[in-house]
Design a protein around this ligand. Sequence first.
Ligand code: MG
Length: 350
Amino acid sequence: MKTVKVKTGRPYDILIQHNILPQAGEYIRPLTKAIRAVVVSDSNVAPLYAESVMKSLAANGFEVSLFTFQAGESAKRLATIEKMYLHFFEHNITRTDIVVALGGGVTGDMAGFAAASYLRGIDFVQIPTSLLSQVDSSVGGKTGVDLASGKNLVGAFWQPVLVLIDPETLHTLPEKFYTDGLGEVIKYGCIRDRCLFERLEKENARDFIDDVIYECVSIKRNVVENDERDTGERAILNFGHTFGHALEKLTHYTGLTHGEAVSAGAAILTRITEKKGLTEQGTARRLEKLLEKYHLPTDAAFELADIAAATRGDKKSTGKSVQFVFLKNIGECYIHKIDTADFGEFFGIG
Ligand code: MG
C-alpha cells in the first residue's frame, strides 16, 4: 500500500491500494465514532461498487444507507443536494455520523458539499473511482455544485477524513473518462514533475498507473498544504484551465470533457508563451506530442479572440485581471496576471 499524508488544518491520509474497496469499513472505523454511514454514489458506479463498500461498512458496525443520483454533470446542482439532505434527515444522520462519497468528481464534490453543510458539517470519506478524481478532485477539500450561470460557483473548503484509492476501479472506467483523467495527469508533469512527464513520453501510463496516481496526489498534497484556501500557490494547479474553462463554456459543457478542454487550453497557451519567449523553445511541441500520444486535443475550433474573451469572469480572476499559469519549461511553471485591458496586445488580437 502507498500512503500520502496530508497536513491540512484537519490532517488525513490518502491510501492507494488495489482491492481496498471491500475493506473500506476497516479503514474508516478507527477514524470515527459514527453509528450511521451514508454512501453517496451515482447510477453508473453504485451498481458496480456500492454493495461491496456497504457490506464492509456494515461488518464494521455501521448502520448503512445508500443515496444514488443520475450520473452526469447535469445532476451537480442544488436540487440534488437538497434530496441528499432529506435522505440524511430520514436516516437520522447526526453530527457524529459519516458520509462516504463513492464515485467520480461529481459525486465527491456533491457529497463533500452536503457533508460540509448538513448540520453545519459532518465528516466524510472520499472513495474516488475515476482517474480524474483519483489524481485530482478527491484531494484538497474543494466541494461544491454548479449553478446555471457557471460551474462550481457554490461550495466550501471541506477536507475529507480519509481518501481510499483503488486503482482496480479504473478497469471499469470507460476509455473516454480515462483519457479525461490523463489530461490532468499531464498537467501535473508540466507544472511540477519533469520525471513524470518523461516517463509518460517513454512508457504507457496504464503500465505504471499506481505510480502515476501516487505522483499526482503527492504534488497536489504539497501544493494544497502550502495554500489550503487557494489564495496563492494553489493557482498553479490551474495550468491549462483558464483557456480550458473558456473552451468548456464556449462548447456549453458538452463538446469536450474537462481533461480535453484543459489539454487544448494548455497547448494553445504554451504555443503563445513560447512564441513570446516566456517559455523555453521546444516545450510546446513536446507537450503537443505527449497529448497526441494519449489522444488528447492540442487545439480547438475557436478564434483566440473568442477564447480570450471567454476567460473574463473566470473564478481565478481578480478585479480587472485574469490569472494564467505559464510554463517556464517542462516541470516548472509560474503565475502571470494579465490586465484585461492588455489582452489585445498580449495575445496579438484586435
Ligand atoms: Mg481540473
